[in-house]
Design a protein around this ligand. Structure first.
Ligand code: HSE
Length: 434
């Protein structure tokens, strides 16, 4: 049997997870693909850094070049994260014609286009299953399983930290900051937590999925992002009364005209009856609608040593098969499409909305607000006002029909300036998956 050796850069959580998984399942994987795969060497930051699974000292080095340049290393796995050294490592491997596996979503989001071009130029390939949603095989599904479909819509709960926080807020009626502090204590949220809770991690992942789904590189700055910091228990409770659950949802949707797409990440009200509403705690899910297949759902753990190792093993099998067959792009990194797409500005994206205002309870307030929506051609589908008493402050909730984000933003600016409206209006989008 042909032998393919893996050189790993990074022996931390993910790297040691891959080592452990290959110890247990390497034989199975090798027999399935007809290629003998093994780890040859692992570059680590320090020999004694804490790692969940042991790696034999004899396999480790602190010099990544020793791994990349080793003629007996046929495939390189970049598992260190970050965007500078990681890029240097990947490009060095490509120059030697070696395929690379990466779990690095931030790097792909920032430099993906250049890295794929470099791989092509060098006759190598870049495999990145572990970069999005850990153990869920969504990259392979999009580039191979759906190759015969136009992707009409893709919705993803792709950040476990945010999903964990929102789930606990709903179940416990607890405030965002209390749940975040506890999640950090328990190791479910990073310190500082910004990358996750402000939506940037989701932006990186949604950019990769959008690029794959639509065959053009969706740059991160084109993706509109809102995180979950401003979500209050009140919003979660009113949404629940209306039959909705709030999730941080990445959306990639083909717009009706031309090749433009919506690519966004924001907290979204999802009907309780939709399957994505029941994706709870740290779990991730991606819902894909193809024009041939219809609706499909992928669910699993989006992070963690073992889930991520599973994705790296899948890439290793592909890389080994490509080496065996001499077909470096048998698994194409992207599936190009029939027309060159573009991301639509958020102002032009049409959504439905949940709006929560804090108003003075007196005659004429509702009429004034409804008039502004009416003048902006924005329809109201329902209103909730809990019982108050004249002169008191009460929450006033509106559900709005389809309207552009730009129109709703402008209307809320005017509404926010009314003396009877106290504080900044809260606006969240609603997704009914129609
Ligand atoms: N921090 C991410 C999450 C996992 O909370 O889902 C790594 O992308």
């Amino acid at each position: 049997m042909q032998q393919v050796n893996l050189g790993m850069i990074g022996g931390g959580t993910v790297g040691s997870g891959v080592y452990h998984a290959l110890q247990h399942n390497g034989g199975l994987l090798s027999s399935r693909i007809g290629v003998n795969v093994a780890i040859r060497k692992v570059a680590v930051k320090a020999f004694d850094e804490p790692r969940p699974y042991e790696i034999p000292r004899s396999m480790m080095t602190t010099d990544w070049r020793e791994v990349v340049n080793d003629p007996q290393v046929h495939v390189v796995a970049e598992l260190i994260g970050g965007t500078t050294l990681a890029a240097e490592i990947i490009l060095s491997a490509f120059k030697l014609g070696k395929p690379v596996i990466t779990a690095n979503k931030a790097l792909l989001s920032k430099h993906g286009e250049e890295l794929f071009a470099a791989a092509k130029k060098c006759g190598a390939n870049l495999y990145y299953e572990a970069s999005v949603c850990g153990g869920i095989p969504i990259i392979k599904s999009l580039r191979e399983g759906f190759v015969g479909n136009r992707i009409q819509a893709l919705y993803g709960i792709v950040n476990g930290t945010c999903n964990y926080i929102l789930t606990r807020m709903k179940l416990e009626g607890a405030d965002f900051s209390d749940v975040l502090t506890d999640a950090q204590k328990q190791g479910y949220a990073e310190t500082p937590p910004d990358l996750d809770i402000d939506g940037w991690d989701s932006q990186h992942k949604i950019g990769i999925l959008a690029s794959l789904a639509h065959g053009f590189w969706v740059r991160p700055e084109k993706i509109y992002v809102e995180g979950i910091r401003h979500i209050s228990v009140l919003d979660i409770q009113f949404a629940s009364k209306l039959g909705y659950t709030i999730k941080l949802l990445g959306t990639v949707k083909k717009l009706e005209s031309g090749c433009r797409v919506q690519a966004s990440v924001f907290p979204t009200l999802i009907p309780d009856t939709h399957v994505l509403a029941s994706v709870s705690h740290v779990f991730n899910a991606v819902f894909v609608r193809g024009d041939v297949v219809g609706d499909t759902l992928f669910y699993g753990r989006g992070a963690g040593k073992d889930a991520t190792a599973s994705a790296v093993l899948s890439d290793l099998a592909d890389a080994a098969l490509d080496l065996k067959l001499g077909t470096p792009s048998r698994v194409p990194p992207f599936v190009p499409h029939e027309c060159k797409g573009a991301v639509a500005p958020i102002e032009e994206v049409i959504s439905q909305y949940f709006v929560r205002l804090n108003v003075v309870d007196k005659p004429g307030v509702l009429a004034k607000i409804a008039t502004i929506f009416g003048q902006s051609d924005i329809g109201i589908s329902s209103v909730i006002q809990p019982e108050g008493h004249e002169g008191a402050r009460v929450p006033l909730i509106f559900m709005l029909h389809y309207a552009s984000n730009g129109a709703v933003h402008q209307a809320l600016k005017k509404i926010g300036r009314l003396p009877v409206v106290k504080g900044k209006p809260v606006m969240l989008r609603v997704e009914n998956f129609e």
